[in-house]
Write a protein that binds this ligand. Sequence first.
Ligand code: PMP
Length: 433
Amino acid sequence: MRVSKISSYVRFINDVSQRRQPSAIREITGMLPSLSKDCIVLAGGMPNGDAFPLLSAQFRLRDGSVIDVDEAEMKIGLQYSPTDGYPPLMAKMKEFISRYHLHGSDAEKSDIKLRHIMTPGSQDALSKLLEATIAPGDFIISEKHVYTGVVSAAEPWQPNFLLVDSDGDGMKPEALREALSSWDPSECRKADSGVPKILYTCPSGGNPTGTSLTLARKKEIYGIAQEYNLLIIEDDPYYFLQFSDVLPPSFLSLDTDGRVVRLDSFSKILAAGMRLGCLSGPPEIVERIALHQQVSIMHVPTLLQIVFLKLLDGWGWDGFNRHVESVKELYQTRCNLALDACKKHLSGLAEWYKPGGGMFLWLKVKNVTDTRSLVMVDGVAKGVLCVPGEPFQPAATRKPTPYVRVSYSSASPEMIDEGLRRLAEVIKERHQK
Ligand code: PMP
């Protein structure tokens, strides 16, 4: 039966998360920005800003321009702020999501309701989402090789994984349908409670495979998610690093039911160390994450949110587009160099797909069933370090793989070539053993 608009999210929220209650102090902090100017605030535990030593700051940009954080802004930046995010930045994030994922329309005007919350990168949001949704035995549906950050974050909650075949265009819809229709509850770790309910996807330049889902596949997968009433976690840190001329629509932009939770990360396009991400999704789900965040990090550092907002305001959306285009070009050039080096050194020794974006090449080494020691021992001895495919699998079904993840993001062009030459040497030596 096809489930359309989701009317209840109870199925997706586990008992632990249901028990989370608002933190009274955080709720009060959230009211501060909207108070009238003459309201005397004797609430909460705001430290006195006069005791803070930093007064103002200046950031110099690569293009020669400057971002000034003046004394008034610094005062705000050094204080506690609302859990969902610094309000002026949240208004900007709404615009961002609307621009890139809602065809420029307002979520409130479209069919689905959305709430946004700033998160310290997407990893923290991912961890909290899995913590809020997975009950022991529940199924996470993902590609056979999945981002290690999902595996490690999910496993303490004892999920099962329903692993789906993929190819150069990402997860295969027909394999997803097959996996769901032949799903056997008796194979669950806890057959009484486990149901497939979360579909995790890294749809653009996926980690570790580098593949991007086509729009046609996204539509098909979304349709299957409707049939099986799945919540889609769209973890999309490489969205702007896609090597296509036009950015394909995201799952969020296809969502008519309120079944997509989207994780945007600014790690790859602005700064990984600033820990800036934005989670957008159905208010019922985002609320669970906000309640958790109230009692964990409280909020993303206010000062960094202000710097981020000033950067976006200074650029305008056209400037932002120019910036992400230049980032994409940098990665695309590196990717092409890596592909050339693969062709030169690894032809006949390994197979690979052309990445759709992102930072990774996923090699399948021929005539090698386990790349672990090849990479970790022989490779290191030869002076090249990659990641073997094995850790990109859930622990319960982890087995040796012939895969190797090669990152072309930060090595110089010469090093990419030399690194892959060394990897080829190692493979040849292994073949001769
Ligand atoms: N998801 C995927 C697929 C990733 O590759 C990464 C970074 N390695 C993250 C999430 C986390 O990124 P961040 O927390 O820096 O946004």
